[in-house]
Design a binder for this molecule. Structure first.
Ligand code: NAD
Length: 478
């Protein structure tokens, strides 16, 4: 938590400061800069739900930052600390994030002030449906205008309730299921959406480690294999990122920080085992196979190669920035580093892979889900078997060659099985996500290297995004 709130700007001001740093290096027409920066509208709703024999009042927000492209897109967060400043900051980040990964959306975000752990499932359903009703009747949930997604404290279950609520209110809308993304597969979702943000963090790091110059800037060398990683927040994003990095890239998870403390082990922590422990016991305390540290946040300052804050904003601030030792930080959460801390870290030579890129996997796969909903067909359904049939032709020819050449040559044992199989939806989604993350990294990295006045990846990311948003406004005649 940011204990230096008095000395530090708010989350929204932090985003604006980073925006201002980038536009100072750009040549935007007068007025356009302000138009892009400001949040277009924020709707606040207070509604009552009868629970446990009495009416409880809830406060929610839906903020629309920029409508240079529609629909606007952004998650809905359930947390007690949700407030207008935070929702507006997150909506602005969505505008820049979508532009950076070329998802054709404007930026939006929503939130409800609630601690979801205090409610039973049927109570959460009542609350979510009522919130969805309030937003949908003002077109703040709508397939062509405003498409929410999961964020902190929400997931597939809430998205399914929202989709169903919208459908009940719009019975003749053939595109109703495109009103929200992150739905379960049986309710119009897409394979790979749950893992998408964590998977995107993995792809982002893989791409970073394909750039020797950038690795050297962080004072690191080699590949992801063997790198010591500390992750904060083992929720949707942190869990998937840590799981994929350790099981597929050979990274060693040396620290896991959660609400109730942290776990550390230099030999590596089994991510799935800890996740199962959290689900059963509600936290990491008592976990048997790593050392427990009660002051979890202190583990952010431990020695490691890569730090992945994947919980919430403002956790690296003026209070701890100078003690952070990680040479490379990837912002899996939104806004985990305050503007003040960003400067301290930059001066120390720490490389920061910024949130608007690092966690864009979620909105990228949400884009694929929205396209799937609008086209009413699963990806791969038309072409998969045809692709397999064409591969069969080649395999048959190779088989003939194999027989003809005898011992001189033979097909590798697994080649036939792997080559013959056409891509299913999950593989197509992962391929599209990987491509998106690589392209976005390259566009940022190009600006970072091409200009001496662009000192970090974050400024480069803002420059790329703002240029694209500006172009879009210009095309509209603004
Ligand atoms: P989540 O609710 O699934 O997980 C958050 C995790 O962080 C939980 O395990 C929680 O216990 C832990 N946590 C909360 N406060 C903490 C603290 N002070 N210290 C340590 N751990 C703490 O949420 P999520 O969906 O994984 O989102 C995490 C972050 O990623 C948020 O900033 C969110 O905006 C961002 N994000 C999420 C998505 C997505 O698709 N879910 C997409 C883009 C960005």
């Amino acid at each position: 938590m940011n204990t230096h709130a008095t000395r530090e700007p708010s989350f929204r001001q932090s985003v604006d400061l980073m925006f201002n740093r980038a536009v100072a290096l750009m040549d935007l027409p007068p007025g356009l800069e302000e138009k892009i920066r400001v949040c277009n509208a924020t709707y606040t709703v207070r509604f009552g739900v009868r629970l446990r024999g009495q009416i409880q009042t809830f406060t929610g927000y839906r903020s629309v930052h920029s409508e240079h492209m529609e629909p606007v897109k952004g998650g809905i967060r359930y947390a007690l600390g949700v407030n207008q400043d935070e929702v507006e900051a997150l909506a602005a980040l969505m505008t820049y994030k979508c532009a950076l990964v070329e998802a054709p959306f404007g930026g939006s975000k929503g939130g409800l002030c609630i601690d979801p752990r205090q409610y039973e499932e049927h109570e959460l359903e009542l609350i979510t449906r009522r919130f969805a009703y309030e937003l949908a009747k003002r077109d703040l949930i709508h397939p062509s205008q405003n498409v929410p997604a999961p964020d902190m404290g929400t997931g597939e279950r809430e998205m399914a309730w929202i989709a169903d609520q919208y459908r009940r209110m719009n019975t003749t809308d053939i595109n109703a299921s495109a009103c929200v993304t992150g739905k379960p597969i049986h309710a119009g979702g897409i394979a790979g959406r749950v893992e998408a943000t964590g998977r995107g963090v993995q792809y982002a790091l893989q791409e970073f480690f394909r750039h020797p110059e950038d690795i050297a800037k962080a004072g690191l060398s080699g590949k992801l294999d063997g790198k010591r990683v500390i992750v904060q927040g083992l929720g949707n994003v942190g869990y998937h990122a840590a799981k994929f990095l350790s099981s597929e890239d050979g990274a060693i998870i040396t620290g896991i920080i959660e609400r109730d403390g942290a776990l550390v082990s230099q030999t590596g922590i089994d991510v799935d085992d800890v996740r199962a422990w959290i689900v059963k016991h509600g936290g990491v305390k008592g976990y048997y196979n790593a050392q427990y540290v009660e002051t979890g946040a202190a583990v952010l300052e431990e020695d490691c190669d890569i730090l992945i804050p994947a919980a919430m904003e403002g956790v690296i601030n003026l209070g701890n920035a100078d003690r952070i030792r990680a040479p490379l930080i990837i912002e899996a959460a939104n806004g985990p580093i305050t503007a003040g801390a960003d400067e301290v870290l930059r001066e120390k030579g720490c490389i920061i892979i910024p949130d608007m890129f690092a966690n864009a996997g979620g909105v990228t796969v949400s884009y694929f889900e929205w396209v799937k909903n609008l086209s009413h067909i699963r990806f791969g359904r038309m072409g998969r078997r045809q692709e397999e049939a064409r591969h069969q032709l080649i395999v048959d020819e190779l088989q003939r060659l194999d027989e003809h050449l005898g011992d001189a040559w033979s097909m590798s044992p697994d080649f036939k099985r792997r080559y013959l199989r056409g891509a299913d939806e999950l593989e197509l989604v992962r391929s599209g996500l990987d491509d998106t993350m690589r392209e976005a990294y390259q566009s940022m990295s190009e600006v970072w290297h091409a200009r001496d006045d662009v000192v970090d990846l974050r400024t480069a990311a803002y420059i790329v995004s703002i240029s694209r948003v500006a172009l879009s406004y210009k095309e509209k005649g603004l």
